[in-house]
Design a binder for this molecule. Structure first.
Ligand code: HMG
Ligand code: MG
Length: 316
């Protein structure tokens, strides 16, 4: 007998997806680092508080990097002093070196993220270090953070493509992921910095990582939505069992050192799809929309998120 494809039998086999995922909000950091205008501390603190009230379990507040590199977030210490922490919510910050860690510790930060890349050129442009050099730079940072019992995320940028070098191989990703894991980071976020991935690339990279012993609980996925594939990529990630997804309220975002990159996957778009799939997040979509609406008033332009455009219509 000739075997039939599922669609010929009209028997759709639904994939088994995780029941619950963590949405890691990067809007206040990845979103606002890419805005031409620096928003006031008051507006940013209100944005972060509104996101926490919406039920987001992790909100990246800012970064302790060189003020010359990212002037928009230069006052992250003061921002940490202004927010009203909600019990159970994590408030991580980006830290590139020991100086950044000292700044973070001075305002009681309990979770940091170090960041490197799978391609040399992007890493040099972004943090003025090659990949191996950056790992050596992180070694004392992660060791000190561990002494302080601080949770550490390790970002890997350009996992699916580099704005300067083009294609990046899953092997290059695997190598840098293992170097970060050897430093004892708690989580690895795989960044599609310039939004080039398709689901096939997601399967390839995650397969290479699983085959090399990386466990799924360690991974997070961070998609920029430059080519409209971010949600499809999340779906591929869900099929692979990944349970942490980065997203940015309104779909703001980008990296000034990644030409051509546009906003992150919008938190609202992600939540809408997860709700439809019955994957729990604990986040109230309408409250995230409200946080984005308030922020948009200060930004003076409409964020690019698709769900927002649908609910705001032409008069939003
Ligand atoms: P450098 O020039 O090699 O650093 O920059 P340096 O150690 O030689 O210091 C140069 C100057 O910066 C000195 O000041 C330092 O004090 C100061 P000066 O003496 O000239 O007045 N400095 C600092 N100031 C404040 N806080 C610090 C700090 N460190 C040095 N922590 C460095 C190296 C890493 C500092 C710089 O390149 C930098 O800050 N880069 C950050 C770039 C960045 O934030 N990019 C965006 C975030 S990454 C991203 O968006 C991707 C992601 O979303 C994932 C994805 O999408 O792929 C995470
Ligand atoms: Mg990013």
């Amino acid at each position: 007998m000739v075997e039939m494809e599922p669609w010929e039998e009209h028997a759709i086999r639904r994939p088994h997806l995780p029941e619950r995922v963590t949405v890691y909000e990067v809007g206040p950091r990845d979103g606002l680092q890419n805005e031409a205008e620096t928003l006031s501390l008051e507006v940013r603190a209100e944005f972060i508080d509104a996101l926490a009230e919406a039920g987001l379990p992790a909100i990246e507040v800012g970064s302790f990097v060189s003020p010359k590199a990212i002037p928009q977030l230069a006052d992250s210490e003061e921002l940490y002093r202004r927010i009203h922490p909600v019990s159970g919510v994590r408030y991580p910050a980006l830290v590139p070196n020991l100086k950044g860690l000292e700044r973070a510790l001075s305002v009681g930060v309990r979770e940091i993220a170090v960041f490197t890349a799978a391609s040399e050129t992007f890493n040099r442009k972004n943090i003025n270090a090659g990949v191996d050099e950056s790992i050596e730079r992180f070694r004392p940072v992660v060791a000190r953070a561990k002494e302080e019992k601080i949770r550490v995320r390790g970002y890997v940028s350009t996992v699916f493509g580099c704005p300067y070098e083009g294609d990046v191989s899953p092997e290059a990703v695997r190598e840098v992921v293992h170097k970060l894991l050897d430093l004892s980071v708690d989580e690895i976020s795989l960044g599609d910095t310039i939004g080039v991935a398709t689901p096939a690339d997601v399967y390839d990279v995650i397969e290479a990582l699983y085959d090399s012993g990386v466990t799924r609980g360690v991974l997070a996925l961070h998609f920029h939505d430059t080519r409209g594939t971010a949600l499809a990529n999340v779906f591929a990630g869900l099929e692979c069992g990944v349970t942490t997804y980065d997203a940015s309220a309104g779909g703001l975002g980008g990296c000034p050192y990644a030409p051509g990159a546009s906003g992150n996957l919008a938190t609202e778009d992600l939540l809408y799809m997860l709700e439809g799939l019955g994957v729990a997040t604990g986040v109230t979509l309408a409250r995230v929309v409200e946080a984005s609406r308030r922020l948009a008033e200060s930004l003076g332009h409409r964020p690019s998120g698709r769900y927002l455009a649908a609910v705001w219509g032409s008069n939003g």
